[in-house]
Design a protein around this ligand. Structure first.
Ligand SMILES: [Zn+2]
Length: 237
């Protein structure tokens, strides 16, 4: 029925062929369209001399390693802006104080403090916020280097310890950004410290080590990232 109508409207088969090919090319371009996410950085620890150039390099790291199992990009990141420690030391946002806190990390409490922040230098509502902080734990004190990432109802942010930047052990940038796009941990029970593991592998509540976290996101994880990337993008508009 459809083809008969097309034949009636466009009797020239070359034109029909041209339109069909154009539609195939357009739909494949749409399928490959990769979303860009802006990143705003804020250095909320006083114990770091990190530079803007180093922060920009964090974006390069994400663009290189936030990939699927075939090393193909899923989304792209771009540097938008950055606040160094001095720029925000007098901010009214309590989130800044969490950068050097000795209080235990609590995911929901920290998110409440983040969501209450109205200072655009600390929290950019139209970007993924990337914080450099100094992690603290009772056992390791400020030698602790734990990172965090939270989707936060599609207002995502990540926290990377100052000693973890520049893609140090266990791929912190892409792992925490995985959390920001809605991913949980994978458990790889037999993994050793030097095992090849998924980006989201973790020893938390798991017998294995997190390993190297050098294997890209699997199909299911990619689908989750794409699902939330749409919602996050809508939230940024
Ligand atoms: Zn994690």
């Amino acid at each position: 029925m459809y083809s008969r109508n097309i034949k009636q409207i466009l009797p020239n088969h070359k034109i029909r062929y041209f339109i069909l090919i154009s539609m195939i090319i357009l739909s494949s371009l749409e399928a490959r369209e990769i979303k860009f996410f802006d990143i705003h950085f804020a250095v909320i620890t006083k114990n770091s001399n990190i530079t803007i150039e180093q922060l920009k390099n964090e974006v390069n790291i994400l663009n290189k390693y936030f990939v699927n199992e075939n090393r193909k990009k899923i989304v792209q990141f771009r540097f938008k802006s950055a606040s160094l420690c001095n720029d925000i030391k007098d901010s009214k946002c309590s989130f800044v104080k969490l950068g050097d806190t000795t209080l235990n990390y609590n995911s929901d409490d920290w998110a409440s403090v983040f969501n209450a922040c109205a200072d655009a230098k600390v929290r950019d509502k139209k970007a993924i916020n990337f914080y450099i902080y100094d992690s603290y734990s009772k056992n390791r004190g400020f030698k602790d280097i734990t990172g965090h990432g939270k989707r936060n109802s599609n207002r995502p942010y990540i926290l990377i310890d100052k000693d973890r930047i520049n893609h140090t052990i266990q791929s912190p940038e892409e792992h925490e950004m995985g959390h920001a796009f809605g991913l949980g941990h994978t458990c790889e029970p037999n993994a050793k410290r030097n095992s090849n593991t998924n980006i989201m592998a973790s020893s938390a509540r798991c017998n294995g080590s997190g390993g190297l976290r050098n294997i890209g996101f699997n199909k299911q994880q990619v689908n989750t990232i794409l699902k939330y990337s749409k919602k996050i993008m809508q939230r940024f508009r």
